[in-house]
Write a protein that binds this ligand. Structure first.
Ligand code: KG4
Ligand code: ZN
Length: 334
């Protein structure tokens, strides 16, 4: 079964063609980084307009690069939410119209379920159940993943998402946007032991997180000490954040007696996090699954993969026009 995936929940316009929920035939991601860079973050209205400008071309390229004729697409899968409503509407409406015109089903995909399915674009895929840490710009949570379409939220951030904390710390230090990758680069030149930042929620027995206190601790440090040692500051921040994420993920897996863990989402591209989680998994006898870097950030291939598994329980053409996007997380269990 060949599915065209479409993703426009934030600042990437993306389309991909994926066979049987795992074989990527094409994946096109048009980033809006340059557009939002001067503002130090995503400007929702600009994002929607840019998606509108790019969507038709991005879909066209994805279909062309896949080598599949449009007539051989079996379904379209599009991100329904969560995300920026105006941005989501562009891809979702495009998907509805595209599917309607070709008389093929349009499958609604949850963005977070999409991130989990980035794992299934790899050669070595996890068996069920496994415990997944989802770390992105908008979400930080731990899920007990039971099947392709069912998972249980074990814990989540009570305030900022970890990616948001990376972005805000980068902004404080004038490093630019998006902050995660810039912090990672700068941190490699610093000493992570030089400044000790707090590790919020590390001693609690639940699997919740809190990153706004850590972000404020960095701000206070800068106010008191200045920012002449940026590399040490970001190395200390990155160490604190990745320590908490690693510890909580492994504790969550052990608490459920799961033998497999995974990390997905934009922050899963962080090499310090990947290294720490792999080391801790090894120490605790767990197998770890990580998406390749190109599928950590937002992309439509993961949406097509998730859509493949939603297909049997999805609505088809006649109800297609009833569906709408949603902005807040509400990962479905069925
Ligand atoms: O999954 P994603 O592309 O979009 C959302 O769904 O939010 O995640 C974007 C987030 C941003 O906050 C970005 O700073 C962060 O992922 N990120 C990173 C790295 N690459 C991207 N954070 C830490 N280290 C990285 N290498
Ligand atoms: Zn995302």
């Amino acid at each position: 079964m060949i599915i065209l995936g479409i993703e426009t929940s934030c600042d990437e316009t993306s389309a991909a063609v994926v066979r049987d929920g795992g074989r990527v035939l094409s994946s096109v991601v048009a980033s809006q980084i340059a557009l939002h860079h001067p503002f130090g973050g995503v400007v929702p209205e600009l994002a929607s307009r840019k998606h509108l400008e790019s969507i038709a071309q991005v879909v066209h390229e994805a279909v062309e690069q896949s080598g599949i004729s449009e007539n051989h697409l079996d379904a379209v899968a599009a991100t329904q939410g969560p995300g920026l409503v105006g941005a989501l509407l562009v891809g979702f409406s495009f998907a509805k119209a595209y599917a309607y015109a070709r008389e093929i089903p349009c499958i609604c995909v949850d963005h977070l379920e999409g991130h989990i399915h980035s794992l299934f674009l790899e050669q070595d895929v996890p068996g069920f159940p496994f415990v997944a840490l989802l770390v992105s710009g908008g979400h930080t949570g731990i899920y007990d993943v039971i099947s392709h379409t069912s998972c249980e939220l074990m814990g989540q951030t009570r305030d900022d998402a970890v990616g948001e904390a990376f972005d805000k710390v980068a902004k404080m230090l004038g490093l630019g946007y998006p902050g995660g990758v810039l912090i990672e680069q700068m941190a490699s030149e610093g000493n992570p032991e030089q400044i000790h930042f707090p590790r919020p929620c590390l001693d609690t027995t639940d699997f919740d997180f809190s990153f706004s206190g850590l972000k404020s601790a960095v701000r206070r440090y800068i106010e008191l000490n200045g920012d002449t040692n940026v590399a040490d500051i970001v190395a200390g921040f990155q160490k604190a954040a990745t320590d908490v994420l690693t510890t909580k993920l492994v504790q969550a897996a052990l608490s459920r007696k799961r033998h497999r863990i995974a990390v997905v989402g934009g922050v899963a591209a962080n090499s310090e996090l990947r290294r720490k989680i792999s080391a801790s998994a090894h120490e605790n006898g767990l197998r770890v699954y990580l998406p390749s870097l190109k599928y950590c950030g937002d992309n439509a291939a993961m949406i097509a993969a998730a859509g493949f598994h939603r297909y049997p329980c999805s609505w088809v053409r006649n109800t297609l026009l009833d569906q709408d996007v949603y902005s807040k997380a509400c990962l479905r269990n069925n």
